[in-house]
Design a protein around this ligand. Sequence first.
Ligand SMILES: [Fe+2]
Ligand SMILES: [Fe+2]
Length: 150
Amino acid sequence: MSDTLAIPNPRTLLTADHERIEDQLDELKNAAEAGVDSRTLCEIWHRVEHGLLAHLRAEEDLLFPRFRAEHAGIWASLRFDHERIRSMLSEIGLQVELHVVHAHTLLEIVALLRRHKETEDHTLHRWLEEIAHDPEGHRLVEQVEAAIEE
Ligand SMILES: [Fe+2]
Ligand SMILES: [Fe+2]
């Protein structure tokens, strides 16, 4: 019974992770603008990439299967966003490798992620909050928490 109290609020959890990713992207932008050395830039980049990919995978592997069954239309648009985010990540990864990170590319991914988070907040996050009271939903929240904090 008290188990329900042991999990974080799903919306707070996922929103906080989005904010963490945005802060890291901001750090990357500042570092690129300050002209830091390649190694430092790569280190910052790997943290951004790791955190963002973990977030996408947690949603896709843990939440999307059940969410899709209940909200196919929204699932398709979130999945499409994820593909765009991944393709932008590849583009930024290449820029980091070449040590020519373009501020406009970073601003573009930040804007895309913000829109995506807003959509998720009134769809996926709210849905997870609703199902968090059933045992399977409760377990999903725990798994998501563990996956994004790795
Ligand atoms: Fe997402
Ligand atoms: Fe998300």
